[in-house]
Design a protein around this ligand. Structure first.
Ligand SMILES: Cc1cc2nc3c(=O)[nH]c(=O)nc-3n(C[C@H](O)[C@H](O)[C@H](O)COP(=O)(O)OP(=O)(O)OC[C@H]3O[C@@H](n4cnc5c(N)ncnc54)[C@H](O)[C@@H]3O)c2cc1C
Length: 299
């Protein structure tokens, strides 16, 4: 039985893991490391109630102080894991500190996919509460918004921005919004609903580049040469597993940390489902591993 559990990623999955361990009677040391400086909060309202201003930011917290205290866990917030020594059972943090563990849970979720040149002022991604607050502040006094990506996130941001009375264009290289999620029929209905509410749709054409003026985004140039004036751009083009810090760990990384059916990536090392995991049946654990890694041969 481990006496020292380290969870990397202090968001929904990290918190749920910590709570489940305590509820199951684990009374050893519990540490959560998270690169955001905030206690765990709920992301779904960020693109809805927080962006629209209907909710104050504090409302997204997943647990109050009392529940956090009861967890009896050490939160190391604002600390980024930058490496894993799986054989030596240590996680390396930014700043050089090494945190030892008996068991590790990887709950680092996903990170937004970026587009070339999207680091311009006025171009936003939306993943964190700080992202949501920065985007809202920008939307409040800037009328022309281009949303790149007509998936869930892009469609939600477009709807909220339109509700705020802004001039919104939704751009996607696919011909139908939310096609990957819902297929053509439902996607067309979603597109029609956006049009009915005054969102301009530019579908079937991708982004060529962001046009800058005085250090800030001024337009989005599409692949067909069209230029869309933009005061604010939101890039919602999907996400990738936040596994960069595990690159040299020896764990098998595919579309996430590859695990067996029990979410085990290696003995004593687990990844939370739904975020950093791409399920793969590995029987016995680590069979078929090509490269030397942290796993001992099964049996
Ligand atoms: C704007 C928005 C709206 C959404 N709306 C919905 C919705 O309506 N319905 C729905 O079902 N889902 C929605 N989702 C998705 C949902 O929020 C995620 O499924 C959920 O957040 C996954 O939780 P998680 O704990 O697995 O990962 P995450 O929430 O991604 O948390 C991972 C945490 O680990 C941290 N981290 C990453 N790398 C490191 C590192 N190296 N060191 C330390 N910490 C690290 C991250 O900063 C983050 O705090 C939405 C997501 C967003 C961003």
């Amino acid at each position: 039985m481990p006496r020292d559990v380290l969870i990397v990623g202090a968001s929904a999955a990290g918190l749920a893991t910590a709570e489940a361990l305590r509820n199951k009677g684990y009374d050893g040391r519990l540490t959560l490391v998270g690169d955001e400086a905030r206690l765990p909060y709920d992301r779904p309202p960020l693109s809805k109630q927080v962006l629209s201003g209907a909710w104050q930011p504090e409302r997204v917290r997943l647990r109050d102080d009392q529940a956090i205290d009861k967890l009896d866990a050490e939160f190391q917030l604002g600390r980024r894991a930058v490496g894993l020594d799986a054989a030596g059972r240590k996680v390396l943090l930014d700043g050089g500190e090494r945190v030892a563990f008996d068991a590790l849970v990887i709950a680092t979720g996903v990170t937004p996919r970026r587009l070339p040149g999207d680091d311009l002022e006025g171009v936003h991604v939306l993943r964190t509460l700080d992202d949501a607050l920065a985007l809202r502040a920008d939307l409040l006094d800037r009328p022309k918004v281009v949303v790149v990506g007509a998936g869930f996130l892009g469609a939600e941001v477009a709807a909220v921005a339109r509700t705020m009375g802004l001039e919104v264009t939704l751009v996607d290289p696919l011909p139908v919004p939310m096609r990957r999620q819902f297929g053509d029929m439902i996607g067309k209905l979603v597109g029609q609903t956006h049009s009915d509410h005054g969102v301009a749709l530019r579908l079937g054409v991708g982004v060529a580049r962001f046009v800058e003026s005085a250090g800030r985004v001024a337009a989005v140039e599409l692949a067909d040469g069209t230029k869309l004036d933009a005061d604010v751009v939101v890039v919602g083009v999907g996400s990738t597993p936040a596994t960069d810090w595990l690159a040299d760990s020896g764990l098998v990384l595919g579309n996430g940390v590859e695990c067996d059916a029990e979410c085990r990536a290696a003995p004593g090392i687990y990844a939370a489902p739904g975020s950093a995991v791409s399920r793969r049946t590995v029987e016995p654990v680590c069979a078929g591993r090509a490269a030397p890694g942290p796993c001992e041969p099964a049996g």
